[in-house]
Design a protein around this ligand. Sequence first.
Ligand code: ZN
Length: 62
Amino acid sequence: MARTRFWDVDRIGPVQIGTHRDRHGRDAHAAACTAPGCDWSADYLNRASAELAARTHRCNAR
Ligand SMILES: [Zn+2]
């Protein structure tokens, strides 16, 4: 992921959510898992989707 500035950073379990500006100048919502060995991350168009993904995320690393 490109170096971007995040704000409204939140955490749900091991997953962090942050809002950033995408390359089109729109707000995008990224969810990224911080658990060791789990590289999961994704971008979402709205905060609710990112939060839902964070809540339902299951780590690959166990
Ligand atoms: Zn994970």
